[in-house]
Design a protein around this ligand. Structure first.
Ligand code: GLC
Length: 465
């Protein structure tokens, strides 16, 4: 069975968030299950594309309304990824240093059209087309309604929703950019008066998955306007929890760490990494270290961080280290917090992130919305206790220490008080006997892709036409 994943991001080529990690890992694990997966993504101008060689497989033009754009399909020549990678090169639109911009309607529409034009030329078409988020969301519509792609109609399509906040809206006035389709089908593109790429994908894909079971239930109540649609289409929707790349995220072999460790050496291993962090960021190694890694946006609770951190630092003998970037106002607020038992790295640094998972004692994830969340899984694997809000995938993966078989700290809701209470509980736990023993336990929790990759393959098989 041949699966083609279509996505705006894929690790390690281009990563903005967890979408990249999933698209860069899932294909490898599907391969082990007899499904040959490959990935199509835009060809961006970044370190990966500059440092690797690609061969040209296809060279043509696409039309976007009345405009023509030259495009190429490039294939990565080496086999470092463990799956085939195809990049759509449209120099005028996609070859940028960034992944997202405010010209994305045209950029991703061109990407999707070029991808389908190329698939039309293939002798052996994929058995399943698996699209990720709204950037590839018009593909199922075009395959079923654009005259040009009629021969692709019977290929089953799967949409995975990683984040339903962003939906790829654009005006009906731009409908002429989509290759001609039966106008009676315009309703499939529409949601609330505009073209909505994610809504179109939910309507037209043969099957829809969300990245955790709880997120699917939440979307039926709160989905940035798509609640009724998700309720209506619920029969074809399934929640499949993400996994993490077990080989990339392995504290025993991770080359980014100062010291590698296993379950048996977790205490000394974590200490060595913590020592480096504390030295680098001027923190006290004797105090429990709380880390946050991620985007500084409302979904992650970042607007409350400065209040939470100041209160938590006053009430407890702890240190806090933050890695991330995002809303300018939040960055300014964080810069105003005295650098005493507190520090930040504003930006993103993959190596530092790995060392933080290894060296921190707790990971803070007070997300208001978290479709799956991968950081809590990385944190478990590296023996760091997650402190999470009970939402989406966080609810599906973390059990509070006060519950049966619990191993993390779970708060219900995101307020300064709830998060600081959780930090206080964590601080007490750090000094309790059970703490060290728990580290070995959390490192043994299996969040590898094995189960989830099999769930996807099972789904593909059920979609035989
Ligand atoms: C998005 C979600 C995150 C999820 C990731 C991968 O970034 O916000 O919760 O883990 O996609 O599916």
């Amino acid at each position: 069975m041949k699966i083609l994943h279509i996505s705006a991001e894929c690790f390690p080529i281009a990563k903005v968030g967890g979408l990249a990690d999933v698209v860069g890992a899932l294909p490898k694990y599907q391969k082990d299950l007899g499904a040959t997966s490959s990935v199509v993504m835009p060809y961006y101008n970044n370190t990966f594309t500059q440092n690797n060689t690609f061969e040209t497989l296809h060279d043509h033009y696409i039309s976007l309304g009345h405009e023509y754009y030259h495009f190429k399909v490039l294939k990565l020549t080496n086999h470092q990824l463990g799956f085939d990678l195809f990049c759509i090169d449209i120099p005028d639109l996609l070859y940028t240093e960034f992944v997202y911009s405010n010209a994305d309607t045209k950029r991703f529409l061109a990407f999707q059209i070029a991808t389908l034009d190329w698939i039309l030329t293939l002798k052996a078409t994929p058995d399943i087309i698996h699209v990720h988020d709204h950037h590839a969301g018009l593909i199922p519509f075009m395959m079923s309604c654009s005259f040009k792609y009629a021969s692709l109609k019977n290929i089953p399509t799967v949409l995975t929703i990683h984040n339903a906040q962003y939906q790829g809206w654009f005006s009906h006035a731009l409908a002429n950019l989509i290759p001609p389709f039966n106008y009676e089908k315009t309703g499939l593109l529409d949601w609330d008066g505009s073209i909505n790429s994610l809504a179109a994908a939910i309507k037209c894909a043969w099957s829809v998955t969300t990245v955790s079971p709880t997120y699917l239930e939440e979307l039926k109540i709160k989905a940035n306007g798509l609640e009724a649609l998700l309720q209506h289409e619920s029969k074809k929707c399934t929640g499949i929890l993400n996994g993490i790349d077990w080989n990339v995220w392995n504290p025993e072999t991770d080359e980014r760490l100062l010291k590698n460790f296993s379950k048996t050496t977790v205490i000394s291993g974590k200490k060595a990494n913590k020592k480096w962090l504390c030295k680098e960021f001027n923190l006290d190694i004797k105090k429990p270290l709380f880390a946050f890694i991620g985007r500084l946006v409302g979904e992650k609770g970042a607007d409350l961080f400065s209040d939470i951190f100041e209160q938590a630092l006053t009430e407890n003998k702890i240190s806090i280290l933050l890695l991330g970037s995002g809303h300018a106002a939040t960055e300014v607020e964080l810069a105003a917090i005295p650098k005493e038992n507190f520090n930040t790295f504003i930006g993103y640094d993959e190596k530092l992130a790995h060392i933080m998972y290894a060296g921190a004692d707790f990971l803070l994830m007070p997300s208001r919305v978290e479709p799956c969340g991968l950081n809590q899984m990385y944190s478990l694997r590296y023996g760091t206790v997650p402190i999470v809000n009970a939402t989406g995938g966080l609810k599906d993966t973390i059990i509070d220490i006060d519950e049966k078989a619990g191993f993390g700290i779970v708060h219900d809701g995101v307020t300064v008080e709830k998060v600081t209470t959780a930090i206080h509980k964590a601080t007490n736990y750090y000094h309790a006997k059970a703490f060290k023993k728990n580290l070995k336990r959390i490192m043994a929790i299996d969040h590898s892709w094995n189960n989830s990759a099999a769930a996807y393959v099972h789904l593909y098989k059920s979609l035989k036409h």
